[in-house]
Design a protein around this ligand. Sequence first.
Ligand SMILES: Cc1ncc(COP(=O)(O)O)c(C=O)c1O
Length: 445
Amino acid sequence: MAYDKVPDLKMPLPGPKAKAVIEADDKFISPSYTRGYPMVIVRGRGLAAEDVDGNVFLDMTAGIAVNAAGHSHPRVVKAIKDAADNFQHMSGTDFYYPVQSTLARMLAERTPGEPDRKVFFCNSGTEAIEACIKLARWKTGRPWLISFIGAFHGRTYGSMSLAASKAVHRTRFAPLLPNVIHANYPYPYRAAPHLDTPEKVADDCLRYLNDIVFKKLVNANEVAALFVEPIQGEGGYVVPPDNWLPGLREMCTKHGIMLVLDEIQAGMGRTGKFFAHDHWGIEADIIACAKGIAGGMPLGAIIAKSEIMQWPPGTHASTFGGNPIACAAAVETIKLLDEELVDNAAKVGEYLKGKLEAWAKGCDRVGEVRGKGLMLAVEFVKSRESKEKDPALRNAVEQTAFKRGMLILGCGENNIRFCPSLIITKEEADKAVEIFAASVEDAMK
Ligand SMILES: Cc1ncc(COP(=O)(O)O)c(C=O)c1O
């Protein structure tokens, strides 16, 4: 059943039942999670999320860019139920089942470039990155890996070692994976007087790789892979200059380095194309996917050129990876993406960005509105002139929006991200901007 009114708050937050759940949670759940506000969900439909006390919120997070088709889309739910009725698990490591190869074919066919690709299934983003590290090293026989400042690739040892978005992710966990070098990601808005266009910022970062990394730190022919998010996610929804990914592609091809694109947050239609790197007309050697792939079910996948994914039996596997229920949900989600959701992400994403930009013109505390499709962020600063970051205002906006019935999350140091389900309508986008504007007013009081 859909909700007539979204948002619909019935009491000051958190309500009594939410308080009780949070109390139990505090007692038994690991404190390492990063809950920003007391949202205790019990039910969702589309972009509506209902809490345990019956309050209804407008969900502009999609569970951190996951529920591509919204909460409990009837077709995804049916696919899950039908699959569960047949069998729940058999382990794709040791047995065959049809939905795995069906889904692998669908992913291969939607990958930019030749569809001659092979797919390895796992359960999450971080597992996909671990698989990419192993495959790149196995294929090349080389030890070194390159990734970028601001990147987030996950929280297990390999992916954490590649990540560099927040020190807390790595603090007290060393020793990390050795042989990882972090280079600069081109933040277009950091243009300085001598780098006065985004393209020059990207050229400068490419030059650093060539002149510093490959000359002073490691020989390029010892580098297995370069990991990059086509649009940085946790780092702040940073869209790179147009010459960045083509420049990296050329560099990787020249040195026989695997170009690994982390499409975990930006992929699966979110930016208005099935894979974000398609905006720049490049091909990856290996792609990591998770998040939106299975409409909310846990699933990860890596997609590699067939000539690259030639590792023999036993080199890599996963008991649960490619679970049949998750794969069935993914097949249905991809059908929905094809039918309308990728186009909708492009269309409503542009509309939402336009509305946010128009609103931002009247607010001196917004540095920039950025992003592509439904991967959008608003950056908060002390003033537009100073460009000084204002994380406190960003944090306050997260809270005031919650109190007004909208779920949003931060990214980077001082940005709010909008990553709603790809089914969002223009009316819902209007509502989101209206609540957001009022929440910023509240936060500035
Ligand atoms: C770009 C990117 N890579 C990897 C990950 C890790 O995914 P997971 O949390 O499923 O391990 C994330 C999660 O936010 C991500 O945004």
